[in-house]
Design a binder for this molecule. Sequence first.
Ligand SMILES: Cc1ncc(COP(=O)(O)O)c(C=O)c1O
Length: 410
Amino acid sequence: MTTTTNTGNFSGRAQQVQSSFIRDILKAAGQSNIISFAGGLPEPSLFPAQQLAKSAYRVLMNNGQEALQYTNTEGYLPLRKFIAERYLRQQKIPIEPEQVLITSGSQQALDLISKLFLDPGDEIIVERPSYLGAIQCFSQYSPLIQEVDLKEEGPDGNQLKEWMKTSSPKFFYTIPNYQNPTGRRHSIASRHDTASIIAESDAFIIEDDPYGEIRFEGETFPTLHSLLPEQTILLGTFSKMVAPGLRIGWVIATPDIIRRLTILKQASDLHSSHLDQQIIYDYLTHYDLEEHLQSIRMLYSKRRNTMLAAMREYFPESVKYQIPEGGMFFWLEFGKQFKTMELLEKSMKEGIIFVPGETFYASNPVLNTARFNFSNTEEDKMKAALSKLGALIKKMEQPQIATVKWWPLP
Ligand SMILES: Cc1ncc(COP(=O)(O)O)c(C=O)c1O
């Protein structure tokens, strides 16, 4: 049955929000035997399902009455303590449990932050390109979105300085570790640069860090939060470290910001699932997260290497990319005239999908870029699909031979 809804009744916000392009192509991925480089999905065989099952059983058997009850909005205190202590161990910066708010994934944190900071017309700065889900979330609150080019080493410091001089942004949203979509990591110098530029202003840094632990090479770099704690709101999540279906993330900020976000969260969903918080806490305290992270890193870096080798073998030299040292994505730049949306149209017919880069820009989309996910495709399928894609790219790059039409003489 089809019903027609009078959309005039909907709010301006609801009318302007569009469905995510990625979500739309992922729907296509679910439909048939498609090989997808499109989503940002973790590898499901690595989800610790058996261990989580045991945790769920323990929680429900030993503490079921409490775990199934309503709880406070800030989150399960032992879990908040666990998260705070882990940062202390890793970043050597003391974080109190009162500085931790448990959210339903980082995505909810982005929404609560938008509610806290944004009135229509407020200025914010994002990286260019940036995470589509964040751009979409911020856009609901009608801000003026300015962009700073994301270079290989981090955001362009001169542009950031210029924006800070000529406008009064509420915040700078950044993903310093293995960014979505580019896979880039900000250098230590770039982090210091960003922190010192923002320190001169009233603006905040929103540091979104879902991929920091998915590091294949090198050392951990300091968080922006550790460099500028009073002005940085740091977001973390178990989505890529354990399982996204749990929908457990967190915000680290000053107690004042946490209190304000808590009030907004209360109005939004009262609290994140109490049961899921207890299950993940049981998992974290009964099993070895570090060992689990090690197996994620091993598999993803192997897949990164396979994707790299296949692109070197099958793609023409005109396709440029930086080798990601962590995370889940390669960012590809094609020849100037190349349109990755056209490549997608052709590759979909061969059962292969990826995300054209144009979806990741808040304005003036660049048409010759693309994001390829490597965490979610088995290696043999990956090679076969990239070989087919390579052939398509080469064909599209061939100069079109002008066909001369001969008209019959009158
Ligand atoms: C940069 C970034 N931020 C936030 C999210 C949302 O993560 P969560 O599952 O914690 O809501 C994602 C998901 O892919 C992401 O890539």
